[in-house]
Design a binder for this molecule. Structure first.
Ligand SMILES: *[C@@H]1O[C@H](CO)[C@@H](O)[C@H](O)[C@H]1NC(C)=O
Ligand SMILES: *[C@@H]1O[C@H](CO)[C@@H](O)[C@H](O)[C@H]1NC(C)=O
Ligand SMILES: *[C@@H]1O[C@H](CO)[C@@H](O)[C@H](O)[C@H]1NC(C)=O
Ligand SMILES: *[C@@H]1O[C@H](CO)[C@@H](O)[C@H](O)[C@H]1NC(C)=O
Length: 404
């Protein structure tokens, strides 16, 4: 809980007078300094180039496309203009902040007319609060509506969560979601194909009340890697139906739709700067497999990705005996970069996803690695609790279109 301050109380009163809703957020107690993979649900406040969006979150533009199953092999992806109102998942590293909450910290260079409130509620879509930003920057007694000098570099803390990468004993990536006007727990659950019960339990909600500005986390079923701890992409987890690019953009990994085994192949943009993706003592490349019918079943030999170390792509060749030969690998469908905010990603009812294209050859044969991470071996989920968070309501009242 933030320390009680008279100024805060006053502002809270003011906020309550303007809009009688207090936003709340799900906090995750934590101690480890190791960041874990998380995602933020973010709605664009203006038309933004993908590169601008990526800069807001210090994220790789390709990683954002991949996390949304948007074709990341299109030419000049970073120059694509994405429409205001579009909601995307942004993958972020999620670190421990102060023992009671997790955070991903980004830098924001303020523009003319920015206020703490507009940065929190508009630019960052309510994923942070004005007072959290002022605390993080040592700004004393700042009113949310105070104008920030243009060109100031602000450290902006954003809520995120990991909960051990597990939900109900199964691998999961946690998506931080800011409730919009009229959102209900049931609607959010349906949108992300989970249940209201699970959402309420994950967020430790006593009632299904959800107010605009409340921050909840949504567990997304995911494929989890089992790379060794010394790899740069240790802990990589990919939500069902989506992709990730890793190993310096040399490798792409996908999850689903058929099973939750991480499946990695050379990325469409992989070039000669990438280290070898061939399995040692074999002619097989990442993602290749061979099948051999024997009297005791189907012997499956596969070349799979084992993590990225010092510029080197680790590969492992494994052979497993299966009762039946697996069907050709299916990739999650990719959609073209959206040009309208009415677009919903693969999670929405429309449009019909296009067939895979641009380097993801649907005919490419492959099979997921046979090792399934043991769901019970991870750290136990941390305690979950919800506390009132100040000023979000006030922030929400301020609409800023800034320069756009
Ligand atoms: C993964 O997604 C596919 C469709 O995209 C769905 O059919 C399947 O049930 C999902 N798996 C899990 C475990 O949620
Ligand atoms: C590859 O073959 C060489 C020589 O045949 C052997 O020394 C090495 O251990 C093999 N590597 C792997 C990963 O099997
Ligand atoms: C092996 O993998 C490479 C890279 O993904 C692919 O281009 C090739 O077609 C695959 N070969 C077979 C036989 O599946
Ligand atoms: C990476 O390279 C550095 C310097 O070459 C070395 O000290 C380090 O042990 C290497 N890390 C791993 C995991 O091999």
């Amino acid at each position: 809980m933030p320390p009680h301050r008279p100024l805060l109380s006053l502002l809270l009163l003011l906020a309550a007078a303007v809009a009688p809703t207090w936003s709340k957020s799900t906090l995750e107690s934590c101690s480890s300094s190791t960041a874990c993979p998380a995602q933020l649900s973010y709605t664009l406040y203006a038309d933004l180039k993908l590169a601008e969006l990526a800069a807001l979150f210090s994220a790789d533009p390709l990683a954002i496309l991949a996390a949304n199953s948007i074709d990341f092999a299109v030419p000049d992806p970073a120059d694509r203009i994405l429409p205001a109102g579009l909601t995307l998942r942004v993958p972020v590293p999620c670190a421990c902040s102060d023992g009671i909450r997790r955070v991903t910290s980004v830098r924001y260079v303020s523009r003319p007319g920015d206020t703490l409130a507009s940065v929190a509620s508009s630019v960052y879509g309510g994923l942070t609060t004005p007072d959290w930003i002022s605390d993080s920057n040592g700004i004393l007694d700042a009113k949310p509506e105070a104008v920030v000098d243009a060109g100031t570099t602000l450290f902006v803390p954003l809520h995120c969560a990991c909960f051990g990468g597990v939900d109900n004993g199964l691998p999961a990536v946690y998506l931080t979601y800011v409730a919009g006007k009229g959102d209900t727990v049931a609607a959010v659950a349906q949108r992300y194909r989970t249940t209201a019960t699970d959402l309420m339990s994950v967020n430790d909600m006593a009632t299904a009340d959800l107010a605009a500005g409340d921050i909840i986390v949504v567990p997304l079923p995911a494929c989890r890697s089992s790379f060794p701890a010394f790899t740069a992409d240790y802990g990589l987890a990919v939500a069902n139906g989506t992709y990730a690019v890793t190993a310096n953009r040399c490798v792409q990994c996908s999850c689903g739709p058929g099973n939750l085994d991480l499946f990695c192949v050379p990325a469409p943009l992989a070039d000669s700067t990438c280290s070898s993706m061939q399995c040692a003592n074999s002619s097989m490349m990442l993602g290749n497999f061979t099948l051999l019918m024997t009297s005791s079943g189907c012997s499956v030999t596969s070349c799979s990705y084992g993590g990225f170390v010092n510029g080197t792509i680790l590969t492992t060749l494994t052979t497993a005996l299966k009762p039946q030969c697996p069907a050709p690998h299916q990739y999650p469908p990719l959609i073209p970069p959206p040009t309208s905010s009415f677009f919903e990603t693969y999670l929405g009812p429309s449009p019909t996803p296009m067939a895979s294209e641009g380097g993801v050859d649907p005919m490419m044969v492959g099979m997921a690695p046979t090792s399934t991470p043991s769901a019970s071996s991870g750290p136990p989920p941390a305690a979950r609790y919800v506390v009132g968070d100040a000023l979000g309501a006030l922030a929400l009242c301020l609409v800023a279109n800034l320069l756009w």
